[in-house]
Design a protein around this ligand. Sequence first.
Ligand SMILES: NC(=O)c1ccc[n+]([C@@H]2O[C@H](COP(=O)([O-])OP(=O)(O)OC[C@H]3O[C@@H](n4cnc5c(N)ncnc54)[C@H](O)[C@@H]3O)[C@@H](O)[C@H]2O)c1
Length: 441
Amino acid sequence: MAAKPVQIAEPKGKLGVLIPGMGAVATTFIAGVEAIRRHLAEPIGSLTQMGTIRLGKRTDKRTPRIQDFVPLAKLDDLVFGGWDIFKDNTYEAAVKAGVLERTLVDPIKPFLSRIRPMPAVFEQKFVKNLHGEHVKKGRTKMHLAEQLMDDIDKFRKRNNAARLVMIWCGSTEIFLEHRPVHASLAAFEKGLKENSPDIAPSMIYAYAALRSGVPFANGAPNLTTDIPAMLELAGQKRVPLCGKDYKTGQTLMKTIIAPGLKARLIGLRGWFSTNILGNRDGEVLDDPDSFRTKEESKLSVLEYILQPELYPQLYKGFCHKVRINYYPPRGDNKEGWDNLDIFGWLGYPMQIKIDFLCRDSILAAPIVLDLVLFMDLAQRCPELARRGIQEWLSFYFKSPMCAPKLYPEHDLFIQLMKLKNTLRYLRGEELITHLGLEYYD
Ligand SMILES: NC(=O)c1ccc[n+]([C@@H]2O[C@H](COP(=O)([O-])OP(=O)(O)OC[C@H]3O[C@@H](n4cnc5c(N)ncnc54)[C@H](O)[C@@H]3O)[C@@H](O)[C@H]2O)c1
């Protein structure tokens, strides 16, 4: 039975997109949106722009586009800003990142050149391979947070933005573990005032966003929002939160292939993944402490999908290794190799080899766009916003955030079903169970 639609405010006015970290992913996203707005290119890979959703029975033939089904902000209403430790404007940063061809970037140079990063909150201890030059100064981390809140406020006014979303596209920070300073909002705020060494720059941005009532999406594997202090603040302010680590490249492939193997009860002895990439992200990940953060995020995926505790004959003790090698000649065009040692009927071994010539930022940019638009939708929908974590956006992440008592859902196809059922729920449409017995009555 269909239910009543859930209350969602209309997306009136400009939507400001605030991005800490204006490197390869951020510039590919911003330049891409502008190119699409000028009809120079298509929004390939974006569910909000190209995806459809089936409603009702298969015989009803109701399949609207997602953007016509739920009230999303229009691309024309997006305005962009952000922070970086380098002064390059978005045009210069896009050219340096080298993801997009000059033939695409040059015609929109005046637009891109106007977007200049604000000075960043940065501490080199957390990203060892970068040296910041365009960085804020403050006596305490609380003072830095206040400067960010001031930036947010000024950006909102300058651009006449009705709403804002912050999305982290900054570098991967070193591996951090939960500390007492993360355990509650009071402890965190005390830590900000006392310059706690356990508070990373990304946490200061997230704190500033949530305090300002701005939803925050975490595109890196950093601990940032996975701490009780942030969940408490998001709950208090009723602001949406999601993360973490955009699901692109090799992990995207893993979450496509592993559910297929498991569906057919094919066993796995080992999965070895190695990559070469030469962009700044690769340079940052060349530091073992930053790589550890990424590794944790990449490794958990298979365990959760394959559930060895339920299928010990198939998956108990499988070997999973992930390597990332910084290799400058490749730039952003990375190459990822996977070797899977699998086994079938009666235990007979087989192998799968994957060679993915991938463009990381090309895969990440539509994710950024969808997250911005869906997080804005969540912000306008009290039923979603009051819940803080937006687990229905797991589809986009390598390590999806979920309620502390749950395990994350990694299977891409379950994630997509969850996302679409959430949209159906919002509009009072029947959820799709795929039972379908009624077609045979
Ligand atoms: N490209 C992908 O497919 C992909 C997938 C998943 C996650 N990610 C993550 O997204 C992030 C961005 O990736 P990228 O390829 O654009 O990297 P990039 O190195 O090109 O861009 C990151 C930018 O962040 C800036 N930065 C670092 N610390 C900062 C701070 N404290 N404040 C403001 N700016 C800061 C850097 O100067 C750099 O310009 C990385 O954390 C990466 O791990 C990327």
